[in-house]
Design a protein around this ligand. Sequence first.
Ligand code: BG6
Length: 448
Amino acid sequence: MPVATGPPRTSPRSSTTRSRNARTPFREEVWQQLLEGIRFVAGDFTDEAAFATLKDTLQELDEAQGTGGNHAFYLSVPPKAFDLVISQLKKQGMTKSVKGAWSRVVIEKPFGHDLASAQVLERQVSSAFDSQSVFRIDHYLGKETVQNMLALRFANQLFEPIWNRNYIDHVQITMAEDIGIGGRAGYYDGIGAARDVIQNHLLQLLALTAMEEPTSFDAAQLRTEKQKVLAAARPPRDIAAHTARGQYRGGWAGGRQVLGYLEEEGIDQASQTETYAAIRVDIDNRRWAGVPFYLRTAKRMPRRVTEVALNLRRAPHLPFTHNDIEALGTNALVMRIQPDEGITLRFGAKVPATLMEIRDVTMDFAYGNSFAESSPEAYERLILDVLLGDPPLFPQHEEVELSWKILDPILDFWADIDTQPEGYASGSWGPESGRAMLARDGFVWRRP
Ligand code: BG6
């Protein structure tokens, strides 16, 4: 059980602290300083004596380091152990803020495995910690490019007029990974792609894309807008037609041969866990009525990429011949979250020649070209925010519940079918059912 202590309450939120990033070279003196604050307390979660030792250790550290009694407990533990760990901390009197010092808890996703279990977990957590001391971590919200979505939308005049059903045809949110499950079988099997990624990261990206402008960026306003849009979002009416799931098979990825999901170490041969999940979400409000949002995530895709693509409608009238515009697609605005962080605008331009031929071109903003500063790591920023008690980048329980409300009917439907998810070759863009789901609506998935 590793122990970390927080900085003194007076820790300033300086710009120097903010601009540091985890990719700066290793510095021995910084490491040594960090090392002085690290202790290891061994024990399993049922071991009451270990938690008593943890308490003593924290007290010693407080005295040695002058941390003022402030503690943040980071629970990167299996979801089923949350309750036990929290009750052990509570038993030792470590969960309440005392004498002006704070005690906070950071909870890693998944927060429950469906709505009902998330509600139970919430009751357990809130019986021990004050609501403002609970930080549910979704590392996507700490990504610089995700925060830039707010800057793009609300600091500019250019985009807002088209940011609605009058101009946007459909939205595709993709988080593709080239890796398999690696050594995470114990966590991943039984959880799957929808719970692992759609319930949190992708629905948060959807909320930031679709929400109304908050009156300010303080935590309450931001969360209110996200909650409003998540409350208006719903699963598709025809779940069979507008969702897809798959499981990777063996094949080639990144130039080497890789195992299929069922052959990975620790995976049950009959596992029905999906490693590809795609769903359609509709938002029933004035801005988005009739604009489908397609969310997909998968392991073992051809490359690692996360992006939000807003695809625009075709121009209402095109005064060109069929040949002129044969190579013209639709306009698109793509927010590239990672790894090639930036924004792409796709539109048609005339090919230089005497003929009028129009073809798609792209205009790019790349973080790397425009800024010399490199982005802080998402976790670096979020952990600092926990220590500073700054909550805007942490989802509230209401958001977690609303996300489960969208996902639960889909998960129940998949569980009822009780079949193996459709196989897809490692290194491919997913199963046929994923393609068919978009084709039904007349669209195709982008190849980012
Ligand atoms: C985690 C998921 O939340 O995000 C992992 O549990 C996934 O399965 C990871 O690999 C991806 O994070 P990132 O920042 O590399 O997109």
